[in-house]
Design a protein around this ligand. Sequence first.
Ligand SMILES: CC(C)(COP(=O)(O)OP(=O)(O)OC[C@H]1O[C@@H](n2cnc3c(N)ncnc32)[C@H](O)[C@@H]1OP(=O)(O)O)[C@@H](O)C(=O)NCCC(=O)NCCS
Length: 382
Amino acid sequence: MAPFELHAGDLVVRAFRASDAGELVRARDDAEISRWSNSSPVPYTLADAREFIDLATAGLADGRAYGGAVTAAATGALVGSVVLHSVDPEAHTAEIGYWSAPWARGHRVTERAGRALLEWGFHRLGLARVDWRAAVGNHASRLTGLRLGFTVAGVVPAHRRPRDGARVDEWFGWLLPGQLTPPGWEVPDWVRRTAYAFGRPPPTLPAGPVTLRPPAERDVPGLAGTMADPDSIRWFGGSSRPARLAEYVRTDVPALWARGEEAVFAVADRDDACAGTIDVRVRCADPAVGEIGCVVAPDARGRGYATEALRAVSAWSFAALGLRRLEWRAELGNPGSRRVAEKAGFTIEGVAQAGLGRDDGRHDCWVAALLPVATTGKRGAA
Ligand SMILES: CC(C)(COP(=O)(O)OP(=O)(O)OC[C@H]1O[C@@H](n2cnc3c(N)ncnc32)[C@H](O)[C@@H]1OP(=O)(O)O)[C@@H](O)C(=O)NCCC(=O)NCCS
């Protein structure tokens, strides 16, 4: 049988050869692959490369895997790898795996080679579904998967990483025949931009008298005091237990960021003391929309902190995340919250009946919204 070979424009997807071992080491002994790969040993040695090539060759021979090296058609240079592995010939399913060499990143090599291999898999193997997985936080891989048409459906927690036994959360997705995107297809702007933003460390945003920065454990005592305040409990809810808040800061906030679901900022005063928090949550059912929540410490109220924080977070949400609409919900009877939204340029659109869920049931609320165009020329909108 002729070795596997597939032409994809200026790229070729072909079986790995023994002579690829040196280049394989150069490509895979790389910080990004070490960080995100499930199986790549760290460091990656020549012995690892040879063992991998033997396994890949065996997989091709017995029909468990197809694909292999991605090379430049013009030069033959190795630029990455795409593989359909875990092929189940009875269920007609497979899983895609890919990486690109550090020197080839940013040129859509994986997307183009992946599209050719997937098309081949659907037509030649009659695949009925291809699965996709990536470690939560690997936004470059997720973006590549989305551009190929994969539906990223959710998070599988505590997956055991074969390489070192560590437990990592994984995104899971699938592609069905007919869902493969055509060349040049692009995800919506806000999907692309949220991937760029959440794929990098959280920023620090100037906001007039305050600074918005990632919450830290040193903020927990202040936050506990803020959350224990009767008005915070009445209008905001949430726990004021220091242990829970410490866990929230240490675990939940970074996890929400890694998943691209929510950005949580501490509102820090001039002495870097935490005067509250503000967060923007990307709406799951409509990821062009962000929902904002904010709480300010009782002794820091009345100084315009919430308004300035809201202006800054709104400007960032439009510029960095590409969101098309921001919502602020203020419970009826909480005119202070409504006023913050108005001062930051939000339009009160009306009352949503039972629009706010709390531990004690659902409450009516004002819905205020801001669109990107409305921020132009407003303070803090640059
Ligand atoms: C994921 C990977 C295979 C993508 O391959 P590639 O051929 O370089 O992909 P692209 O050229 O299409 O670039 C991917 C996109 O992610 C973006 N991106 C890059 N780094 C990013 C990051 N840290 N966060 C978010 N997005 C990022 C790029 O800007 C690019 O988008 P653009 O085309 O709009 O500029 C490659 O980055 C890689 O090998 N990573 C390490 C190994 C890995 O993660 N494999 C997948 C395991 S599931």
